[in-house]
Design a protein around this ligand. Structure first.
Ligand code: GLN
Length: 526
């Protein structure tokens, strides 16, 4: 197994995840079996209990893993499906070591960070990599070099290199800022490489983030001071579009350099990604969609939705512009024309809790009454049912049991969720089968009766209200037993809600069917 270990310096948010994902894609293009692992040095066992305001969206894997959003980048770029053990956190590692200690597996020893924690990290990385059946494993160490939290992980990967020097390559991602005179400044990168060396890691490749392409003198300096060959200084200048990053890295010769170092050769050259990017670049028609959420200040909170809309746009031949609408602000507005007057579609994403929920319901009412294409995902699906119950069935005060006490709980807690006490990892999570009803729009969209989609919820449509709702013209066209999974209003130009999250399966060259249909409906002439 070959390991490519990606670390980051200078500051967070440089796009290490996209760099790692892009390298994965390039190696896949060359015919290698590649896998990836994301290390998050926080103490949470997984990302499921974290607020999107802090860490962006919680990404859901097929096995129900609630993981860091970088796994989403990996899946989209590399076109694979990962499992939850591909996201390693400090919490998971410590939990495993403490459980072993209690079982008596270290009897007689003082259990310590080195070697017990570091061994656990190495064993976990190796086990996950081997199990995947890949030839090359990319390991992204989250955080910035110098953080206390990431120290044990850096020590573990240092040891991995020491044990198999020919099989480990270190890539350090840094920043070269441009000053007001337009000069590219290399000092922060020099310092961060120095910090990396202090923990015993010598980078093999420096991937440099900067506004513009690195100029020759900055390149020379970086090569000299970071002690790498000139060819190992890779200029990853700002791309207009994240899917262009593999092309930029390739232009800089990164995959040849990597293969050379690993003494690997390849005759394969898959160009489908380049074709997809070329198609993306050629789009000129634009459509506008409003996304009504409550974490709209940070777009990363809805990252997979943003990407899925983009993918569907490539398919529909248009660029999708997003208006981020703060749901809470709609609650005090009388006239929503101002907000939705210029959009071709309204999307209400997943969410939790009361804040902003009435605003989302107002947005749904607006979409339904004005016959604007609508897509509701998870909480958005549930609130579409609430809106219909209130305004079409006339059930005043109908709501979700999650939001408030209500005489008409059209959305109720899942029976198996009633007695759950632990919040971590206990929702209905991951893949479930859905049966799509023939003769419905959902069937038109999927073209098959059995589909599999990813879930993350505790509440569902209350079966007691299904007949009354369907009698009034809202139908449930996808089900898992008596669990409602897809809702639609056949008399509306496009009104669909899904209890699941189709956005997590969308790929740039293979958009999620529901998103594809939604964006096509927004674009019109279909
Ligand atoms: N809060 C809702 C539930 O738990 C919806 C969850 C979501 O949108 N992911 O069922």
């Amino acid at each position: 197994m070959k390991y490519i270990i990606v670390t980051g310096g200078v500051m967070s948010g440089l796009g290490k995840g996209i760099t790692a994902a892009s390298i994965g894609r390039l190696l896949k293009n060359k015919g290698f079996r590649v896998t990836a692992i994301k290390i998050d040095p926080y103490l949470n066992c997984d990302a499921g209990t974290m607020n999107p305001f802090q860490h962006g969206e919680v990404y859901i894997l097929k096995d129900g893993g609630e993981v860091d959003l970088d796994l989403g980048h990996y899946e989209r770029f590399m076109n694979v499906e990962f499992e939850k053990d591909h996201n390693i956190t400090t919490g998971k590692i410590y939990r495993a070591v403490i459980e072993k200690e209690r079982r008596g597996e270290y009897l007689g020893s003082t259990v310590q960070i080195i070697p017990h924690i570091t061994n656990e990290i190495k064993d976990t990385i190796r086990k996950v990599a081997e199990k995947s059946g890949a030839e090359i494993c990319i390991v992204e160490v989250g955080g910035t070099v110098g953080d206390i939290e990431s120290m044990p992980f850096l020590e573990a990967v240092r040891q991995m290199h020491r044990e198999n020097p020919d099989d480990c390559i270190f890539i350090h991602v840094t920043l070269v800022p441009t000053d007001s005179m337009g000069d590219q400044k290399t000092k922060p990168s020099q310092h961060s490489v120095k910090e990396l060396r202090e923990v015993g890691i010598h980078p093999d490749i420096i991937v440099v983030r900067s506004k513009d392409r690195l100029n020759p003198s900055a390149r020379d300096k970086l090569a000299l001071f970071c002690d790498v060959p000139l060819a190992a200084v890779i200029s990853a200048y700002d791309a207009k579009e994240i899917y262009e990053v593999p092309l930029i890295l390739e232009e800089e010769g990164i995959s040849d350099y990597l293969l050379d170092r690993f003494k690997l050769t390849s005759e394969v050259d898959d160009t489908r990604w380049n074709d997809m990017v070329a198609k993306m670049r050629s789009l000129d028609k634009r459509v506008r969609i409003a996304v009504v959420g409550k974490y709209t200040e940070i777009e990363d909170a809805y990252l997979s939705i943003k990407e899925a809309l983009k993918h569907a746009g490539v398919d529909a031949g248009c660029l999708v512009d997003i208006n981020w609408v703060e749901a809470e602000e709609l609650e005090t507005m009388d006239d929503l024309d101002e907000v939705f007057g210029d959009v071709g579609g309204i999307l209400v994403p997943g969410g939790f809790g009361i804040r902003g929920s009435e605003g989302k319901i107002k947005a749904i009412e607006y979409a339904r009454e004005n016959r604007i294409p609508f897509l509701g995902l998870c909480f958005g699906f549930q609130l579409a049912v609430v809106e219909f119950a209130r305004n079409v069935l006339g059930l005043e005060g109908a709501s979700s049991a999650e939001i408030t006490d209500t005489p008409f709980p059209v959305i109720e807690i899942l029976p198996e969720q009633r007695d759950i006490e632990n919040m971590g990892g206990t929702m209905r999570l991951g893949n479930s089968e859905i049966t799509v009803l023939k003769g419905t729009r959902a069937y038109e969209i999927y073209g098959e009766e059995q589909i599999v989609e990813r879930h993350r919820h505790r509440y569902e449509v209350n079966p007691a209200y299904i007949t009354a709702i369907e009698d009034k013209g809202m139908i449930f066209s996808g089900k898992n037993g008596n669990r409602m999974e897809i809702v639609e209003i056949p008399s509306h130009p496009f009104f669909i809600g899904t209890q699941f999250h189709p956005e997590f399966k969308s790929k740039p060259d293979n958009p999620a069917p529901v998103f594809r249909a939604f964006v096509r409906a927004v674009r019109g002439d279909d």
